[in-house]
Design a protein around this ligand. Structure first.
Ligand code: TRP
Length: 331
């Protein structure tokens, strides 16, 4: 049976990019014939989020975004990474079979080092935490602890999956076949660009929020960068930020219709109104559900804890087997 697993790091408030790139595809892949594990990677978030209260709120936000988008915690194991201690326990054991060089090649670590190099720092590791360096190792343990077979992720996570496979193969070869070699299910679809044309990301301050008020949603759509063409002038869809954002969520028919409007010279203000209205129609049920769930924080907590217990029914026997294989066992 397929065992699908994926996680979202609660390092920012959910935006359209998360919804289209992670939340929606993670739910679309699930069917009756698979087991599914969807979790909130709060330990990964600790690398970036240093404010404790904020980490707690962001974790709550991702939990709500997932449930409001249709995740059914009765059918899916839905949990918080930190509630499954076998993940971090495995991380130490696997760190002992993982060569440092494998992690040296990780894109995120290399990017951090490049920034230091460019700014002329003598120690190129300056400011790089062990958490950042070991990120792919912990991610491998997220996947391997419940022994997942399929991992849906965005393109940017492809390398992390390769690292997870390497680590699993290495362990299996050295100690015995314990781990499934997980397959990446790359969601090649759309990388959602932000209001300024770069990839949508909290760090660029260019996001379209999905759980904010209607007013804030509208505000973010109005900030999308356009050009100085006047109403009546024919507009080009190609390389147009507004059109690209619209295409990331609109239906094929809506996109075709917008193309015609561009040719007819729709004004930017009118085009933005259409984008806002269609997005708002899509998001409204999610926002309403989110607001309903937000007021029931203790129910959400209970769901996460109950699910974590069930996940541990899988992860505890696995970690026991791993420990025995490496020789950590009773005398
Ligand atoms: N690194 C992923 C991201 O930033 C989140 C993540 C953490 C994850 N652990 C995972 C994804 C395990 C898939 C499987 O998007």
């Amino acid at each position: 049976m397929k065992r699908i697993l994926t996680g979202i790091t609660p390092s920012g408030y959910p935006h359209l990019g998360n919804y289209i790139g992670a939340i929606k595809p993670s739910l679309e892949l699930l069917d009756e014939k698979c087991e599914s594990f969807l979790f909130i990677a709060d330990l990964h978030a600790l690398i970036k989020v240093s404010n404790p209260e904020q980490l707690n709120q962001l974790t709550h936000g991702i939990a709500l975004a997932w449930m409001a988008s249709g995740l059914d915690p009765q059918k899916t194991y839905f949990y918080r990474q930190s509630d499954v201690p076998e993940i971090t326990e495995l991380a130490w054991i696997l760190s002992c079979v993982t060569e440092k060089g494998l992690l040296n090649r990780s894109h995120a670590y290399k990017a951090a080092i490049d920034i230091n190099k460019e700014s002329g720092k003598k120690d190129t590791d300056e400011g790089v935490s062990m958490g950042l360096f070991s990120y792919p190792l912990l991610m491998a343990c997220d996947i391997l602890t419940p022994n997942a077979t399929h991992v849906p992720v965005g393109k940017d996570q492809k390398q992390h999956l390769e690292i997870a496979r390497d680590i699993a193969e290495k362990f299996n070869k050295k100690y015995g076949e314990v781990f499934n070699i997980p397959e990446a299910v790359i969601n090649e679809e759309k990388t959602v660009i932000g209001t300024d044309g770069r990839k949508m990301s909290k760090s660029y301050d260019n996001i379209v929020p999905i759980l904010s008020s209607e007013k804030d949603l509208k505000k973010s759509i109005m900030t999308i960068v356009t050009n100085s063409q006047e109403p009546g002038e024919k507009k080009d869809c190609k390389d147009n930020i507004l059109f690209s954002i619209y295409s990331s969520f609109a239906t094929d028919a809506q996109i075709e219709d917008m193309k015609l409007k561009y040719e007819d010279g729709i004004g930017w203000g009118d085009a933005k109104n259409i984008v806002f209205n269609d997005l708002n129609d899509l998001i409204k049920p999610i926002r309403d559900k989110y607001l309903e769930l937000e007021s029931k924080k203790s129910d959400t907590e209970e769901i996460l804890q109950t699910n974590a217990k069930e996940v541990r029914n899988h992860t505890q026997p696995l970690i026991k087997e791993v420990k025995e294989l490496v020789g950590i066992k009773k005398l």
